[in-house]
Design a protein around this ligand. Sequence first.
Ligand code: FPP
Length: 256
Amino acid sequence: MISKTESYKQLLVPEKMPQHVAIIMDGNGRWAKKKNRPRLFGHSQGVKSVRNVVEASVEIGVKHLTLYAFSLENWNRPQSEVSGLMSLMISTIQKEFKTLHKNNVRIKLVGNLALLPTSVKEKVFETERITQNNTAMTLNIALSYGSQWEIAEAAKKIAIDVSQNKISPDDITPESFSQYLLTSHSPDPELLIRTSGEFRISNFLLYQMAYTELYFTDTLWPDFGKEAFYEAIYHFQQRERRFGKISEQLPSNSNQ
Ligand code: FPP
């Protein structure tokens, strides 16, 4: 008998694999509360799901994975939770780094990193540097991230480039603008997954998700394993992506 995970995996069509999947990992706190455990226990269990989706992505050939680990708004959580999460980030990066590097995974941090404690900053910069030439997959960790902030920063950099005559206002196009975003090294995500039954984008990749397929599941993040990930991709592969065109204009076997 093959497992449900394996059967979902076998249903996936390689030609329709999304190049980039973004995930809002939500529900750690509620998961812990249901078990009468502290919120940080939920976050540490959430790391297991991170490991599972990274592994699953490498297995099925997803080339870019972006995980929303900590938003700019999350800085407003109780101090004990913020510092617990920061310690968890460092210990996770430290623990998983070797395996990721061995599997040829490039790690990129996207967010307002200036706000991070020095110890976290040092660790993440070192990790980015060592893995910068890896090619199997890019793992973007959105940390201290807010999309409106990212867009405002891009506008600021463009204004500086215009004022220094490096570009002219006519050079600003949707494509050139996206080169000023922190995710310029990755294509736009084709699929966004949000766990825990919330139907919000929460200031995540607003510019990049103009045509992203959205997938919401009630599963809480610590319960989100490989099976749930493959199931989400299976549903994505059933969607017709028209990009404003009509069905008849689409190549019949394309997922574009
Ligand atoms: C949302 O659940 C989850 C977070 C704010 C943190 C997620 C971070 C991890 C799982 C660690 C990942 C580490 C790396 C290095 C990628 P919540 O606290 O908002 O849950 P709730 O809505 O149920 O309260």
